[in-house]
Design a protein around this ligand. Sequence first.
Ligand SMILES: *Cc1c(COP(=O)(O)O)cnc(C)c1O
Length: 858
Amino acid sequence: MKFGGTSVATLPRWQNIRELVASRRAEGARVLIVVSALSGITDALKQLCAQGDKSKRIEAAAAIKQRHHELLEQMQLAPPEGLLARLDDLAQLAEDGPRVLGELAWQAQVQAHGELLSSTLGAAFLSATGVATQWLDARECLTAIALPNQNERTRLLSAMVEARPDPVLTARLAGLGEVFITQGFIAREGRDDGIAGRTVLLGRGGSDTSAAYLGALLKAQRVEIWTDVAGMFTANPRQVTGARLLQRLDYEEAQEIASTGAKVLHPRCLSPLREPRVPLLIKDTNRPELEGTVIGPEVREHAPSIKAISARKGITLISMESVGMWQEVGFLSDVFAYFKQHGLSVDLIGSAETNVTVSLDPAENLLDSDAIAALATDLAKVCRVKVIAPCAAISLVGRGMRSILHTLSGVLAEFGQLRVHLISQSSNNLNLTFVVDEEVVDALVPHLHDLLIGAGALRTDDSALFGPSWEALYGRGDVAPAAASWWRTDERQRLLDIAAKATPRYVYHLPTVRQQARELKKLAAVDRLHYAVKANTHPAILGALAEEGFGFECVSPGELRAVIAAVPESAPLLFTPNFAPRGDYEFALTTRATVSLDALHPLQYWGELFRDKEIVLRVDLGRGLGHHEKVRTGGSGSKFGLPVDQLDSFLRLADAHGVIVRGLHAHLGSGILDDSHWGEVYGQLASLAERIGSVSFIDIGGGLGVPSHPGEAALDIAGLDRVLREVKTAYPHYQLWMEPGRYLVADAGVLLARTTQQKGKGAFRYLGIDTGMNSLIRPALYDAWHQIVNLTQLDAPATALYQVVGPICESGDVLGTDRRLPEANEGDVMLIAQVGAYGKVMSSPYNMRDEAEEVVIE
Ligand SMILES: *Cc1c(COP(=O)(O)O)cnc(C)c1O
């Protein structure tokens, strides 16, 4: 068990250590405690070392002595002999200065005292409070190895130890006792000549590395790193408060996450544990009940997932253009020789026929402008050099990166907006790294984290791997917890009863529809809300939304008829078809619906039909909407909307038939969770409206998303309202309309089905249910992810990993891949969540299987 500086600085912290050790003893384990110096002491010792003035050094040593005496007093302990002797040692070293031992050896000897003191003090406290504890000198266990390219400084201040399981040491300790305490950060220099080596330091991440070395030497049951946070997260929690705790990682992934930016663990401390397969646990000292992160041998996973996104700042890129010929022999050797000569370690490499670009990471190098300038001067002898800084490296980390590339299109699109200097895919298939300008990183990382969750690339639905968010664990508590799904709490029994009568069945929860409607009514900037009925045309839902004051947006005569039958005549209607036949418009014009056109054809060929009517014009804003919507709706790749360059032709045709363009409309696409897009559409439509003159309302469409993956951020309605109000201030003369579908009904609907058969096939386990893509086509059609739970065994531990499939004769009939669920029994009721939108309305009679019935509950 390793405890850092703050964990050993006060009496309560030591009491805590005592309890943790006692609990491990109660489990029958023998415990080796590895401690850092009391917080602040290592810095104080470094300052002492930097002090040329002897009396100042003596003063500094006295202050350090004082600090330890104070803690002893708190502990109500008399200073133990060993501690007094070490404090005297330190005073002597301060007095002598470096002249006896030599500068670097003296520094190492002085700095080692931080851990020597804290461990001596700890042994006394633990023994005095009933946990008999042996003090162990780490220098007797850890011997530094000599490395090529090592100089005196790295040999003494940044040493490495080769830690192989050592049965002799293990047996020796077993004979000595049950609980030991030793020092992090220090080791002894190895020598061949039999003389006792000098004290050396392990450098950065020293104490964690000590714990790992000792864990490997003793082939420990496990190494526990006790720190101030529960483990590794999917992103830096200071940047992304929604970052999720990573509960299980293998050594390579953890090392990759640590090397690409996570500070909680030094990457060095994992490799000693890999060969002896000793697991490492990261635990929060203040919250020992939290599970923490377990790092161990590779866990066989069906579902490759991104595990983390990390960012490193302060990266310098060196671009080297060969001035000689293509593929000149020895070019790389020449340029890298200079990096070696300047003591600089290269991180990422990108290469082309005549160019090599590398990155230098400040964590591995002392990067000051002099060092870079000196390197550049030398490199200029063999190539043209360009230094690009400050940059940042953003890494996506996870095992099997290449097999998840296809899920990253949204993330890659985001990089399309930026200057990307270098892309590197690690040869171990564990990371994909983008080097960009440093200034964009803080805003970009949280956004990318959301996109990764939304794309299902960071599989936060897998509760065995991804724990709670940082916000949930450590947040200030003033954020509302994500609302528990209605079916999970109150209505579970009712749903089981409904399923007992028949399955498959869609069940709609009207209170959720109303709740979503009321949420949208908070949009003060919006003058009129319409429900896009194609999402779900159940009459009870239409009725409920009419009561909430919504209008209705229909795309076919069938929808118009359904709405007219279900809602009062006062409810406004919109008709927004696409490539509809002439007859549809003829019908719509006999109703009270406001009709929209999105092509020249209707006015060119059926102009008389629209004579003297007021219509809405739907436009395609094309490129103007940015990368996201470009992918979805914009531009000539989409069949919707009148291209803006045909606007003048449209207006001429309208004029010729006395048609008045009263509204301007655009619909972005579906499932948008980023409020800023709406302001853009609104602004663009309003500025087009200025050109037209007759427009009195702007309809910015639907497409409001609801989070579907666990941990995905919800659309910020208040934020959206702010964005819309801002545009409205500039264009107060237009009414603002919207027409959401999914947002209103998605969460209100669930699909209930029963399990049929199971089958194992290779590494896969298939779980069959009694309906499939005939009832819910979204997974097959859009790769949509829907939460699936076993409602019968809602709280049972999720121990199986299933492919959830239906009975349809199509290999695409898969409702959920790699789902961690309880071991299922035939007949268990399975619930597929968030199917209130585009569920039943898209179902089909395929395979002539019975359609799922619909049940509405209040
Ligand atoms: C489908 C559609 C909507 C609703 O989209 P959601 O993503 O369900 O909000 C709105 N307007 C038009 C024109 C549509 O075709």
